[in-house]
Design a protein around this ligand. Sequence first.
Ligand code: NAD
Length: 307
Amino acid sequence: MHILISEFMDERAVALLRAQHEVVHDPKLVDDPARLRAEAASADAIIVRNRTQVRGDLLEALVRCRVVGRLGVGLDNIDVPGCEARGMRVIPATGANAQSVAEYVIAAALLLLRGAYQSTAAVAAGAWPRTALGNGREIGGRTLGLVGFGSIGQLTARLARGVGMSVVAHDPLMNAADSAFGEGGVRAVSLDELVATADVVSLHVPLLDSTRHLFDAQRLAAMRKGAVLVNSARGAVVDEAALATALRSGHLGGAALDVFEREPLPAGSVLVDCPNLLLTPHIAGVSVESNDRVSSLIAHQVIEALS
Ligand SMILES: NC(=O)c1ccc[n+]([C@@H]2O[C@H](COP(=O)([O-])OP(=O)(O)OC[C@H]3O[C@@H](n4cnc5c(N)ncnc54)[C@H](O)[C@@H]3O)[C@@H](O)[C@H]2O)c1
């Protein structure tokens, strides 16, 4: 059978696929829509990350395809109902990058609350900004608010408890009696209570109509003064312009964004020069270990689905 891989996949996992199938692995295909559509015509399975848009023209071109492997978890780049209507199975790498994202969140929260890690150039140059940087905050005893309590939210809760945080979570699709809350020592709360009580708010929801701009100007204003926001979910869950305003006014104490409404973030965006803002290029879930786990999980599941 033919397997088409249009973005980067770990070579050991590609070798597993090649042992049983014909494989085209070209990470540049995602940027060449005409060639991608041409290759798609003979594919029995396609494997993508988050940039290949499996919808519209590409979906039409996937005439033989039975399986879509997703090297990650968010499915907003895939027309899932459209795939299923054509009899294609969509397989995400659920849980395989959760540890990487959870570690990113805790690290970002520590850096943002303490606010003292951007002094390298000043200290090396002989300045000694000790007074200015002596007002950082500890993470122990603070409250983490998780918006979305799926696999990443639950793992983040476990790490947060390890550094002495209390954890509250909001997930309207989960029953408050779900054992995941009790076992994690996490209190299920409404979104209003979460934003009113959390010192660190971290987002772990998929991008849906119901979560688009969930953190708009009004919701950001309802957060505690000095609280920090971490978004490693999807950019459009946060209104970036409203966030920039909340940081500049000093209402929020900092933010870390790994994901953006447009990726790459266009130069000169509203986020330029906001205080205590960390920006990373959609790497929260990407690490040596998670690349290995995600690629190997998808290779095995695609092989099984094709057999
Ligand atoms: N930055 C990265 O590298 C990276 C990596 C992995 C995942 N992600 C993003 O993180 C998201 C979460 O991943 P996951 O593996 O935990 O997914 P998951 O499906 O296990 O959990 C998502 C949770 O969100 C809940 N939810 C849905 N709508 C909600 C709402 N309106 N309010 C609150 N909760 C809601 C669901 O009930 C579910 O429990 C993914 O959808 C993806 O977009 C980003």
